[in-house]
Structures are given as C-alpha cells and as structure tokens.
Ligand binder design. Structure first.
Ligand code: GUN
Length: 297
C-alpha cells in the first residue's frame, strides 16, 4: 500500500519556518513582510482562495490586505491600483487573483506588477528567470510547492523520469522548468504531455513521478500508472455527489481509489498540493521582503 503524502502537515511545517523568518525581519527592521491581494469581481472560487491566502498570512505574522474591485471595474482603475501598490513600501508582494473578468486583459495587468513584487511569478521577467535558472526568480507557488513537497517527503528527483500531465503557464510549464534545472530538488528527466498528446497513457506509464495537472476530474486511471510510481495530484474539480453533505465534493485529476494501491506515494485532494501552494506564496513574500530590506544573499 502506498504512503499518503500529507500536504497539510508539510505546509504547516513550512508556514512555521516562514513565520519565524517574518518575525526576525520584523524585529530587525520594524516591519513585517506585506502582501497585497487584488480581487476583481465575484468569482466564488477566487473569493475562497483569496480569503485562505489572507488568513494564512495573518497566522504567519505577515501584513496582508485584500483590495476588492467590482466586476465592471474599468481597466484604468485596476492599473492605477497596481501602480499604487508597486510604489507602496508596505507591500513586498502583489498578487492579482485570476481569472479576471473577460473585459480585462490579464497579461497587461500581470506585466504591470513590478517583477520584484511579483510573488506569483507570472511576470514574463520571472517566467524567463525561472526557465533560465537564474537567481532571484520568483517561481509560481504551485510548482514550487510541488518541488518542496517532494523534497520534504524524501522523494528524490535526480535522474527520475517525471511526467507532467498539463501544459499551463501556472503549473505544467513552470514545473517542467524547475524540475529540469541543475541542482538539489531538480535534475529530473521531464516529459510534458497534454490533452493533444498521442499515446498519453504510454507516456504516463513510464513515469517514476507522475504529476496530474490537466484539469479533468479523475482523468488518471490505474492503467496509466507504473507500479511503485509517485503520483502528485494538482487537480481541484467539483463533482456532483448526492451522498455528500453539500451535494458535491472536490476530487483531483487522479482516480484516487483505483490508483493509490499501485503507488509508492500519492497526494490526496484536498490536503495535498493545495496547502503547499499557499505556504510557498508566503515564502516568496518573505523572501521578497528580505531582499528589499537586506539585499540579495
Ligand atoms: N488563480 C488560480 N491559481 C492562481 C494563483 O496561483 N495565483 C493567482 N493570482 N491566481 C490564481
């Protein structure tokens, strides 16, 4: 039987470390690291994510403020807010929660954020730095959280064949960049597959570590997983379930019950990658504050 990777416990450990560093910065410089979260509109999932990020900041002793704008907010008003936050020394990190309402150009907004406050790692400068393996890059929180989760679970990546299922800018592409880098927690052989890949199941079966980030409920079946593989499930899909208290429940991109018995280790949904993502956002914010207050390491 496989090991269940407890992302919640690992994230708590990491948040504790981040909290200690935030407290040390507060003591040395008289201010806590600060995160500004911008939420435009009423998207239900985004509201939950932003609330969770805000709560996690407060618990770790970071300064956090949420800036809410209406769903019909004009482009100029959102850009003006980003400019204000860029210039505000109380904030080391700025995140604009995605998706934005359709009339707003996400790329334009993301590129307006100062790269040295872009703790989400979505600005092209940081995307490029991550790909090139340069110091000072902010890696997006989800892929960085996956690397950290593997490291803290004692799962070696050096020389391992990692198959990443999904090619998004938020998870698949940056995760491939991080894992193929030279150095600890990386040095992997990476294959990136997606919905248009031929012989998808064959690729997946060759994985020592399979990362499912394709956005389809229970897409990965038992026959797609090699015996003894490690499976990381990034999916968050709400499915109807009349037996669940709310009539629906969250499932990942992996058919957990069928796949788990084959694996060496597997992450659950919820309680796997999700909590690590938030912890890594806090880590990026504290790192941004440290650089701002104390210069590069
Ligand atoms: N929407 C989904 N994931 C993310 C994320 O990591 N950051 C932001 N800003 N928006 C998201």
């Amino acid at each position: 039987m496989s090991t269940l990777i407890d992302g919640k416990a690992l994230a708590e450990e990491l948040r504790g470390e981040v909290g200690l560093e935030a407290a040390a910065l507060l003591q040395r410089h008289g201010r806590a690291p600060g995160l500004a979260a911008v939420l435009v509109g009423e998207d239900a999932a985004s509201q939950v994510y932003v609330r969770n990020k805000h709560k996690a900041c407060q618990q770790a002793g970071l300064h956090s403020e949420v800036f809410r704008l209406p769903s019909d907010c004009p482009r100029e008003r959102l850009l003006a807010l980003v400019d204000l936050l860029n210039a505000d020394p109380a904030f080391d990190g700025i995140l604009v929660q995605l998706p934005l309402p359709a009339h707003l150009n996400e790329q334009e907004v993301l590129e307006r954020i100062r790269p040295d406050k872009d703790v989400d790692g979505f600005h092209p400068i940081n995307v490029g730095r991550v790909l090139a393996g340069l110091p000072g890059a902010f890696a997006p929180a989800t892929p960085a959280g996956i690397v950290e989760l593997l490291r803290r679970s004692g799962i070696p990546t050096a020389g391992a064949h990692v198959v990443v299922l999904g090619r998004s800018n938020i998870v698949g592409k940056p995760l491939a960049s991080l894992l193929m880098q030279k150095g600890p927690g990386a040095d992997a052989t990476v294959t990136v597959c997606h919905s248009r890949s031929r012989e998808l199941a064959d690729h997946c079966r060759r994985a020592d570590i399979l990362v499912a980030a394709i956005g389809r409920a229970r897409f990965v079946s038992a026959d797609m997983v090699k015996e003894g593989a490690v499976v990381v499930d990034v999916g968050i899909n709400r499915i109807e379930d009349p037996t669940a208290p709310k009539g629906s429940r969250l499932v990942g991109d992996v058919d957990f019950d069928a796949v788990a018995p084959r694996c060496r280790a597997i992450t659950p949904v919820p309680g796997g990658v999700g909590p690590m993502t938030i912890a890594m956002l806090l880590k990026n914010t504290v790192e941004s504050a440290r650089r701002r207050l104390e210069g590069p390491r």
